[in-house]
Design a binder for this molecule. Sequence first.
Ligand code: HEC
Length: 108
Amino acid sequence: MKEEVKRIERVRKVRQRMEAALSDQLTGEQVFLRSCNTCHAGLKANLGPALDKINERFASDNELKQYIRTEHGIMPGQPIETISDIELSALVVYLREASKEASKEKTK
Ligand code: HEC
């Protein structure tokens, strides 16, 4: 019986995670982890460059959004089918905040 309860609990958690992955209302951090972290892990240089200077590099949110929607070398452009406009706005808020933190870490 106990095993059965544990199994049901596990299935429930997996289902929740799957629903979260399919949702078009992920938080900025969730979108980043899903779509960007492979190449920009922790906003540090990896396959892609470090993202600790994006606040200086992209003056407006629209510029940054446009950049993310467009392909750049090995960096895939993200169409509306993979990142909704709502998620893109959340992603930009997350990026600007996380980038500020990352640049602070560097100058410490
Ligand atoms: C397959 C690897 C890869 C993935 C996935 C990826 N990037 Fe990139 N990213 C790159 C590379 C490589 C560059 C440098 C592109 C160039 O200048 O040619 C880059 C550049 C950037 C830049 C510009 C940095 C600067 O200072 O010029 C931003 C901003 C950025 N990526 C954000 C993101 C975001 C947000 C995501 C997720 C939606 C993402 N990237 C996903 C590889 C990736």
